[in-house]
Structure formats: C-alpha cells, structure tokens
Design a protein. Structure first.
Length: 273
C-alpha cells in the first residue's frame, strides 16, 4: 500500500513541485495539496492521511499549530518541511508531536527517505536542526559548550549528535539501522553511538537520577541514545522486541516523556523539555 501524503505550503510553486517529485516515486500517493495549516487540519480530519508535509510559515494557521491539532485529533504524522530553521519553531514543533523537521534544500531522495522513515514510526531531524535544538535546550548559542550538573564542561558539537535520526549530509541514507556516510541520515548516527557510549561511561557524570530506573532500563536508554532500533536493542541485550518495547514504555512513564527521541535527549542531557 502506498503512503498517503498531504502537502501544505502557501507557495503554489513549491506545493506543485513537491507533488510532482513525490509522484515520481512509487511509494507515495499525494492525496492533496493545500495552502495553509487550517486547510491541512480540515482535510486530515475527513481523510486518512499517513504523513502531512507542513511548511512552518503559512497564513491562517502555521505548520506548528497544525502539528499540534493533527497529533491530538488525527492519526496523521506531521513532518515539518521548511526553509526556516528558526529556534522558536523547533522546540514547539517537536513538543507538539512533529515526527520530523527538515529543510527544503534536501535532495528529493532524502525527503523521500524521511517520509518513509516517519511513516514507519521513526523521528527524523535535520542535522543542523538537531544542533540548534541542543543549543536552545542548553540555553547557549550554537557552537558553544555547556555545563552538566556536575560542573564538568562538555563541548557542543558533532560528538553529541545522538537521539534522533539525522537527515542530510553527503551520502546520507535513511534506511533503518544504517550508519553509513558522513552526517548520516541512518536511524541515529554513527558518531552518536560513540558519543552516547562516552556519555554513559561514568555514572558520576550522569545528568539525571539513575536510581529511578532499573539497570536494564538504563541499558535500554543508553542503546537508544546510541541510535539502536528496538530490533537491534533486543539483539544486543538478548531479549525479545516485545520486552524491549515494555522497557521503553516503562521509561516513558517514569519520565513523562512522549517518544524515544526525548529519551535519548534526556539520557544525554538530563532535560525533559
């Protein structure tokens, strides 16, 4: 079955261009193109849409506001696709349930892979967007470091890029579990794995209260932060995928988080925003 897609953008050239591009791939059925967030919401309320590509700045209702409603009222998975990477939108879009945040300057193949990944239940963030997200969470400008609760200085940079699927970068691929290419778009990144391992190596530097979690839950959190899928975690820990899912559910309940992306960020930073 094809992935049913809605495109929302106030620029008709971009709307129709994106429709033409997606229709060249056999995986998608573009159900409609609309002019703003309100039209997107109205359409998704009455039609079964798998993934909605939403621009950020649109009249009547922007993409972030539409994301919130779509997440609360429909089964549509919102994917922000924009030319803007403003800090003010990133956190709100993710907080309201956006499954991805990409810039429009990606190659069509990367946008295609991102849509497929979001439809499969993954979360996708552009690498530059991920950098900005971490900077906002740390309360510092991009490129500067931050201090952990223990006071140890951590340099902000590529070594800490973990917790979400990255998109963009030369040679990127959004195939689940792939870690090939520099700045990969595989589910999480190869550099993320080494960063998470380094971060989790010492419990004394842990940015959150470990006593809340069982040792197995901490292992699962660490592997999520390294970018492993449920299947890979199950193989690593010699447990079933159902058991892995149960551990993730327990972690989400204990932290009041919503998805694995937030688990990874929480594991690395101790922040739940």
């Amino acid at each position: 079955m094809k992935i049913r897609v809605l495109i929302a953008d106030d620029n008709s050239f971009i709307r129709e261009g994106m429709k033409i591009i997606l229709n060249t791939f056999g995986e998608f059925e573009v159900l409609a193109t609309v002019n703003d967030g309100q039209e997107a919401v109205d359409y998704c309320r009455t039609h079964e849409v798998d993934v909605a590509l939403l621009d950020v700045r649109m009249p009547n209702m922007n993409g972030v506001e539409a994301t919130k409603i779509l997440t609360e009222e429909t089964g549509t998975k919102p994917l922000i696709l924009t030319t803007f990477d403003d800090d003010e939108y990133i956190l709100d879009a993710i907080r309201y349930g956006a499954k991805g945040y990409l810039l429009k300057n990606n190659d069509p193949e990367r946008i295609r892979d991102a849509i497929k990944s979001v439809h499969s239940g993954n979360n996708v963030l552009q690498d530059v967007v991920l950098d900005k997200l971490k900077s906002v969470m740390d309360g510092l400008p991009a490129g500067q470091g931050r201090r952990t609760e223990s006071g140890a200085h951590q340099e902000h940079g590529g070594a800490q890029q973990a917790g979400v699927q990255e998109a963009g970068g030369r040679g990127a691929s959004a195939t689940a579990g792939s870690t090939s290419g520099r700045g990969t778009a595989g589910v999480w990144g190869a550099s993320a794995a080494s960063a998470a391992q380094a971060k989790g190596a010492s419990s004394t530097d842990c940015p959150f209260d470990r006593s809340v979690f069982t040792e197995r839950e901490l292992e699962v959190m660490s592997l999520i932060a390294q970018g492993l899928s449920n299947k890979e975690i199950s193989k690593e820990l010699f447990i079933s995928e159902g058991t892995t899912a149960n551990y993730i559910t327990s972690i989400l309940n204990k932290t009041a988080l919503s998805h694995r992306t937030q688990i990874a960020i929480y594991y690395l930073t101790g922040k739940v925003r």
